[in-house]
Design a protein around this ligand. Structure first.
Ligand code: ATP
Ligand code: MG
Length: 387
């Protein structure tokens, strides 16, 4: 089996390496400053865990490498302008948007897009950084260097966020996981929930959209598509040409993880549809020290990235999967006192999502529906955007 070199050596590269191990695939996550001579780049397949990179000796060598899968797609998707243009060209629903070239355009922007404008840097933003949520009386808050370097989108009052993670092989064959429900707070993903009983209409719409994108680009590997849920259906928020945080639950909740799926796709190995038969939950660990007490919960899988813990930094995640939504909810509730207070609302959101699934499972078994514990009414919408 050919080795795989991964441009970037963060947690995604680390988890690709872990996924390769049982299959005998050597995966080398590479820091951007590494010396190319020290690496088996010549005989490897090349992939990336990041979307943009500066020019270094290594990236210069890899940029011209014939086995760099999707090499020319990264720049197209890393710029929100060209990414949005692609969605428009394909006629796929996305939050209405325009390029923000000049401060003169504001009056027209609010007339066209409505009272709430979401300004996003074209490149380099992540976890809600490089974004501003502005009303007409707040435009002075926007740094002057944003004009020409940002797009502006309509603020969408969505009822929820979902993502589709899928993969496409060299032969054009595509496979998908069930849609994942995601809760973002302050622009950063806190918690994901997947329920095997998906809304078929949403799933079909999402698969149609992501297939159209991957086919148009002749893409190979795992791609993630983040969406807003609206009454009329799904609106695409953004695309990620790589394994994605909202797919981390697949490590413990699917027969093939997104990391293994990506390796299989880029290496031309078989790409069967992953089987997902139980609900699963992923809780991101953000700026929180490891707590070994978590491991007292038998359903908890800890994935710790061995990074320095800093405020706002993703340093690990917890995955939980079980056939019983009630057991999953109980395990999540037991975690609450072992985590800082800011985790409580996102865990309550996950328990609420599982509650729906509890009711469904109860109805299928023919038993009286149990009222899920800790139900809250939660609308993950605009006020939570990072300012
Ligand atoms: P990441 O890379 O971590 O996925 P990001 O920084 O690239 O995030 P987005 O995904 O564009 O940024 O936005 C982060 C979050 O901000 C979204 O998941 C959503 O909660 C909110 N958001 C973004 N755009 C809009 C919008 N047009 N209307 C309402 N909310 C939005
Ligand atoms: Mg996003």
């Amino acid at each position: 089996m050919k080795p795989v070199c991964v441009l970037g050596n963060g947690q995604l590269g680390r988890m690709l390496r872990q996924a390769g191990e049982p299959l005998g695939i050597a995966v080398y996550p590479i820091g951007l400053d590494a010396e190319p001579q020290a690496l088996p780049t010549a005989q490897s397949v090349i992939t990336a865990e990041i979307e943009r990179w500066p020019v270094t000796a290594l990236t210069h060598e890899l940029a011209g490498h014939n086995a760099f899968v999707n090499r020319d797609i990264f720049p197209l998707l890393a710029d929100r302008l060209t990414q949005k243009q692609l969605l428009d060209r394909l006629g796929l629903a996305t939050a209405p948007w325009q390029l923000l070239s000049d401060a003169d355009e504001w009056a027209q922007v609010f007339t066209t897009l409505g009272e709430l404008a979401i300004v996003k840097r074209r490149t380099g933003g992540y976890d809600g950084r490089g974004q501003w949520c502005l009303r007409a009386d707040e435009i002075a808050m926007l740094p002057a260097d944003c004009y020409g370097e940002c797009i502006v989108e309509q603020g969408i009052c969505f009822s929820g966020e979902m993502s589709l993670v899928g993969a496409r092989g060299h032969d054009g064959h595509t496979v998908f996981y069930p849609l994942t429900h995601n809760l973002h707070q302050d622009g950063i993903l806190r918690t994901s929930v997947v329920l095997p009983d998906v809304n078929a209409e949403h799933q079909q719409q999402a698969e149609r959209m992501l297939s159209a994108i991957m086919n148009e680009l002749n893409y190979v590997g795992v791609m993630a598509m983040e969406c807003f849920v609206e009454p009329e259906g799904l609106l695409i928020n953004e695309l990620a040409p790589r394994v994605h945080n909202s797919g981390h639950w697949t490590q413990n909740g699917a027969s093939i993880s997104q990391f293994e799926l990506h390796l299989r796709a880029i290496l031309g190995l078989p790409l069967p549809m992953p089987v997902v038969s139980t609900p699963a939950v992923m809780v991101n660990l953000i700026g929180t020290d490891v707590n070994l007490d978590w491991l007292n919960q038998p359903l908890v899988h800890l994935h710790w990235y061995e990074k320095e813990v800093r405020a706002g930094r993703k340093v690990g995640h917890l995955n939980l999967a079980d056939v019983s939504p009630a057991a999953l909810s109980a395990a999540l509730n037991a975690l609450v006192p072992m985590l800082p207070a800011e985790y409580a609302s996102s865990i309550a959101w996950a328990v609420e999502k599982l509650g729906c699934s509890c009711l469904l499972a109860d109805l299928k078994r023919g038993s009286a529906p149990t009222k899920p514990a800790n139900r809250i009414s939660f609308c993950p919408n605009i006020p939570q955007i990072f300012l």
